[in-house]
Ligand binder design. Sequence first.
Ligand code: C2O
Ligand code: CU
Length: 642
Amino acid sequence: MSHQSLLGLDLALCVVGAALWLASGIIVARNSASRWSPRLALGFALLGMLPVIGRILIVIAVRDAGWWFIEEKVLLALPLAAVTAIVALVIAVPPLIRRMRRRPESIRLARVATALLAAGYGSAVGVVTTLIIGYPVGWVATVSVVLLLVVLIAITAAVLSDRAPRTIAALAALAVLVLVASAGYGWLSTTAGVTAANASHGHGSAAAPAEPEASVSVADLRTPESANSMRFTLEAQHQEVQLPSGATLDAWSYGSVPGQPIVVHQGDTVEVELRNRDIEGGVTVHWHGVDVPNGEDGVAGVTQDAVLPGESFTYRFVAEDTGTYWYHTHQHSAEGVRRGLYGTLVVLPIAAEPAVDLTLPLHTFGSATLLGGSDRREKVEVAPGQLVRLRLLNTDQVPRWFTVTGAPFRVVALDGRDLTGPTDVENQQLRIPAGGRYDVQLTMPETAVAVRTASAADVGVDLIAPGGRALDAAPAGLPTLDLFHYGSPALTPDMAGPYDVTDTLVLDRAVRFVNGLPGFGYTVNGAVYPLIPATEVSEGDLVRLIVVNRGTDTHPMHPHGHHVLVLSRNGVAPAGSPLWMDTFDVEPGEVWEVALRADNPGIWMDHCHNLDHAAEGMLLHLAYTGFASPFEHGGPVGNQPE
Ligand code: C2O
Ligand code: CU
């Protein structure tokens, strides 16, 4: 069993344990004269011990996965479950046995029932600690949980021993007080003041104090104008888009869906004027995967203000690295990208490239699936023997699977970085994380090649020889290519450490106040944006990030402005090509270690590219010391990058 399923089992055992103990307590409290009642109560109580023991064994079994996965269980949930269970056994078992033997002496019913019910509450705490507290366990949470448990037990005792209603009411009031106080603390800490996680950079929260030391504004980290740049214009707008199948989209677009393909050569200065015609909430353009200067990064509220209707903003950057990238809005991005504010950017090498070069972003609009600009199968004629490059992009929120059948192919680049020693692949599918890109190269065979996605069988690209026929490909059930075992190793001595900064990001889901409202937020180290402490680096630092997924969702983590080198996944280093990525999928239960060189100063976003998760909190900053943002989250413009 994977440790992730063991942790799921732990949660189930909390519930089962609680049910058994509560059943036992309720039977005793009902005080029936039946000779079965003490037997049942005793049986449930003894059974109730099993989940507690099982949970202890689970914690022992998963401890190697890392402390992050078990902290709240070891520190809080298990001690409370075990102590209440043992106390219940000590208090309840002897009198229940006496009852079974029909000894004449009376037992103290209230006391026995309270002890058994308390063990039920003690087991139930495990659910609360995992779903509400998570990692790390703070002292406020610990105190609140213990207090609540004690008050709940006191209320139970008072009710069962027929205490005056006033006493019970007072205890209930106390319980409410504890609840309100801890919720209030939680709420307060999401508004200004209590936790000034990002305050030291003068960004993030409106109440941030002024930067004490001299700092450079990220607004100044721009690319100078150049006389001979490649110029493009993107006009953001509401647009009714007619798809090749005839279906129409009610889109937000940059003029078309996807936006116009931007293709430049390495070394070009790219100049893109963004105009907002009528997107009320504002737009920006973020250059996903391009390590542009911070001031060109297009993040509303961090590197610029959202561009409101009638306004414009001109981005400039030098296309330093060849490869496949994309662009999208970073204002209300969860909604904006989904609705069509995205496009592709390809940086070609100056040397000649394959004759056939297709850029195929996969995007889902409700029930429509778009590969490139089409929601159908498109045919492309290619002469046999020609070299073909397929640039596969996933612009959705979740991983997507692609297949290329009909010819062996190589994955030559990942996230805009060449892989070393790629070898031929056949009959394997490609799993691309949200936001990620794979560049595939193949030689056109005499027959045909089919490019498909698992998202929609009737959408794809058929490469056919002139006059030839498309493949009738509907490949299913192919194994997934694992890039951890692909290509050949190469040395990356600069990244081997020692690390100047190591930051651990524990990803999870927990009840939090998101934008001031209670909800099931996506957390990093127990907090949601903007309260997640930034990863603080200085220029030149070698930085290691340890990213732990405690939750049950996949999190494609995307640090802006940098490519990271994958050091390990679950402790295992890539066996093939070095993997440089800008968006890496951390699946449930996984632990990734990645390294980056802090060589691009500014205040950068680092977030989950399931943009819905980002909108619910999973977003932090990678912040260089000495830099500050003059822009604010919210504010008069309503900056809302996620
Ligand atoms: Cu593709 Cu922060 O984004
Ligand atoms: Cu996520």
